[in-house]
Write a protein that binds this ligand. Structure first.
Ligand SMILES: *Cc1c(COP(=O)(O)O)cnc(C)c1O
Length: 402
């Protein structure tokens, strides 16, 4: 092992990092399962997992070993060659997703870019010269130019005009607004939505997952592609492998990233049905997409999720957390929303400061989104005992605050 140690950062040392993030003044040097550790050994319970990324927890031994062994064998050859691990990863992902074709990318935004290209190609083939995609208010689809244009959040778009003109926005859950848009815009070719809006505040549609079934019906009526952004909701997070599996429908295009690599940067855009075959040779690519190393990680993550029954665990233990929160916070003015290990606690007021209070006073890592929603994204393989640990810290936090 090489033993390079970093000199401690001095408080007055100028940073060369672009100031794009509001960072907390803490850093972790080690992780294990649901826990993170600072240099001095202080233990924190992690109910955020790198924003829904490390679903199997930190430093999972099986995944760590796969990374180390593959890194010492072969990392990258390029897509000019056959990559058996990529073929095997696609096979596994097809199995758990119900999709037919898979293109590997490196991030969520890049996966959604692939979906948007597929929609444009689909439209172009039908003679639509300026294909349009319906998207939802309060959605989040990424930070590239096309995906920030799709995103329903002005803060993400501010200062980056011109936005691409692919998108028509409707309220999330509003089926009539979609039918209305269909009447006004004959050039619509697809709908892109999140089954549960993550950044938007852990929102399902008012009618729940039946919204997805209604959207499927409308897409069939108009011959549109139904495209689901499961970058956050995928990979077992909601107690099904993909959130759409809470319903009886299947989307035409499915994107994922976050939990797909348990921290290794990978993403995927997947197709089935009428979306298959739209991207042929030369039409799309990514140098780092589906490297030998990245593909082995994807394969190993899916295999491990299956062997640990982590999806079922997310449903059971996540359900327990939601039930307990509802019971233990019954006398507080809060609403608990959630599926599996994707849980939001809607507070009656803005609560961004809870992040620091949870961290400093309860040694608990959480996130606050949409101003007043405590967002919990614990490991999907969290044990019952860890869930009780989480509940104890969280209920104390919220009881003290409200
Ligand atoms: C995180 C996220 C993205 C963007 O993923 P990146 O990897 O940051 O590009 C897109 N859509 C949803 C729903 C997300 O949660």
């Amino acid at each position: 092992m090489n033993d390079i140690t970093l000199a401690p950062i001095q408080p007055d040392q100028p940073s060369h990092l672009m100031a794009t993030y509001g960072r907390q003044a803490i850093s972790f040097v080690r992780g294990r399962g649901a826990y993170l550790y600072t240099e001095d050994g202080t233990e924190y319970l992690d109910a955020l997992t790198g924003i829904a990324v490390c679903g199997l927890g930190h430093a999972h031994p099986v995944i760590a070993e796969a990374i180390a062994e593959q890194a010492a064998t072969l990392v990258h050859t390029s897509n000019l060659f056959e990559i058996p691990w990529q073929t095997a990863a696609a096979q596994k992902l097809a199995e758990v997703s119900g999709m037919e074709e898979i293109f590997f990318s490196n991030s969520g935004a890049e996966s959604n870019e692939g979906a948007i290209k597929i929609a444009r190609k689909f439209g172009t083939q039908q003679g639509v010269s300026s294909p349009k995609i319906i998207v939802a208010e309060q959605s989040f689809h990424g930070r590239t130019l096309a995906t920030l244009s799709a995103t329903g959040n002005k803060k993400v778009q501010d200062g980056f005009a011109p936005l691409t003109n692919d998108f028509i926005r409707v309220p999330f859950g509003d089926v009539e607004a979609i039918q209305e848009a269909a009447l006004q815009h004959p050039d619509i070719v697809a709908i892109l939505i999140e089954p549960i809006q993550g950044e938007g505040g852990i929102n399902t549609a008012p009618q729940g997952f039946s919204y997805l079934e209604e959207v499927r019906t409308i897409c069939n009526q108009h011959n549109w592609l139904m495209m689901l952004d499961e970058i956050q909701t995928g990979n077992g997070r909601t107690g099904k492998y993909f959130a759409y599996q809470h319903t009886n429908i299947v989307p035409d295009v499915l994107t994922t990233a976050k939990g797909l690599g348990n921290g290794f940067p990978v993403g995927a855009v997947m197709t089935q049905g009428k979306a298959v075959g739209l991207l042929g040779p030369g039409s799309h690519g990514s140098t780092y997409g589906g490297t030998v190393l990245g593909s082995r990680v994807v394969y190993t993550v899916i295999d491990t999720i299956q062997k640990e029954n982590a999806v079922e665990n997310a449903a059971v233990v996540g359900g327990y957390i939601v039930d307990q929160l509802r019971a233990q916070l019954a006398d507080k003015n809060v609403q608990v929303r959630g599926f599996g290990m994707m849980i939001g606690i809607q507070l009656p007021k803005d609560c961004a400061e809870l992040v620091a209070i949870a961290r400093d006073q309860h040694k608990l890592i959480i996130n606050v989104t949409a101003g007043s929603v405590v967002r919990l994204l614990p490991p999907i393989n969290m044990t019952q005992a860890q869930a009780d640990d989480l509940l104890e810290r969280l209920v104390a936090l919220i009881n003290n605050y409200l």
